[in-house]
Write a new protein. Sequence first.
Length: 436
Amino acid sequence: MTETLLLRGRLLSFRRAPADISDTGSYLYEEDGGLLIENGRIAACGSYADVASKASSGVREVDHRPHLIMPGFIDTHLHFPQMQVIGSYAANLLEWLNTYTFIEEQRFADRAHAERIAVRFFDEMARHGTTTAVAYCSVHKTSADAFFAESLKRGTAMIAGKTMMDRNAPDALTDTPHCAYDDTRAVIAEWHGNGRNRVAITPRFAITSTPEEMEVAKTLAAEHPDLHIQTHLSENKDEIAFTCSLYPEAKDYTDIYARYGLLGPKSLFGHAIHLSDREADAMSESGSVAVHCPTSNLFLGSGLFPMKTYQRRDKPVRVAVATDIGGGSSYSMLRTLDEAYKIQQLLGERLNPLESFYLMTLGNAEALSMADEIGTLDPGTIADLVVLDASATPAMALKQEVNRTLTEELFLMQTMGDDRTIAETYIAGRPAKSVL
Ligand code: GUN
Ligand code: ZN
């Protein structure tokens, strides 16, 4: 039987990247909008009057007025086994990894622990309006199995990988090149395309992979050219120096990954803060994506991501945004873009609220090459949605009283919003927050 649902509310969906804050052509906005959902997909999007006239009589209807309905938020980089690492006190990235992160991730060898955290992870995603995330699991296949099994239950479109790491970490958190290959292949066979799940080839970063394991990543990438690849790049000055000392034959950090065939349009490089011009050219020419993780970069003191410089180049670097839980300090993409805004302020640049909301939705969908499935309210795409309430707290409601424009409302939600701003989340047309 066809499952049909009609949502009413204000609708906002981007068509392309906004050129500036007055670029009204970059998005669709319906003051009294209707969204018709059939079997989890958007069947029609437009004015309520038009869309309601297409719906069969007696269709189930949910009225979200005066809230704003948008495509669900997309988080392009986070760590599923770091939910209990958030807020760990450390001077910098390498101290934070060695003192807390590499200890905590060892617990994910235990299937029961991984399953418990997976439930909590997907609850937090729904609470914060994030409908797709790109996740690192731990080195253990069990953690990927627990993650994908829970995703399958929730009906979410997730990208994740068993992390490959075979050195510079405790023994209980390392694999071997051979085991990394076999386990990644097994995870792909079991989970890639199972429901809406996708598998990413996931060498953690060059510090924790031997050249032999990087060869394995290269082989996997060549065997599965359709898969995403995720790793970390140029996050912290000490990390860069240590990395380059491990691969003296490489021109620079980016060149290490290039030598193992890991650059390309489906490659996601977490952080990528301190790239040289040569590295930025290599990223641009290969279509690789630099994933900006602002709360993490501030929390760990890693540096100020030069987003505008990357985008303005003759050879622009593709950019996505992400929380980087648990180096990052919030699950909320609203909090994340607030910090991204402040980083650009410190760099003397502007990040306008249209760009921010574009990045959280269509921008990140494009970065993942998934805009035909998620990131807009376009008919034919999956109904992964977020319903936003700009008056979610008394202080927000007071400011919203004087807001007159859509951009003012968006900027308020970015500046003061968090999970309380998310009135509802839909996964493939089904409520996912109100049911928690
Ligand atoms: N580089 C390698 N692993 C990690 C990680 O877990 N978090 C962050 N922020 N950087 C990394
Ligand atoms: Zn990370």
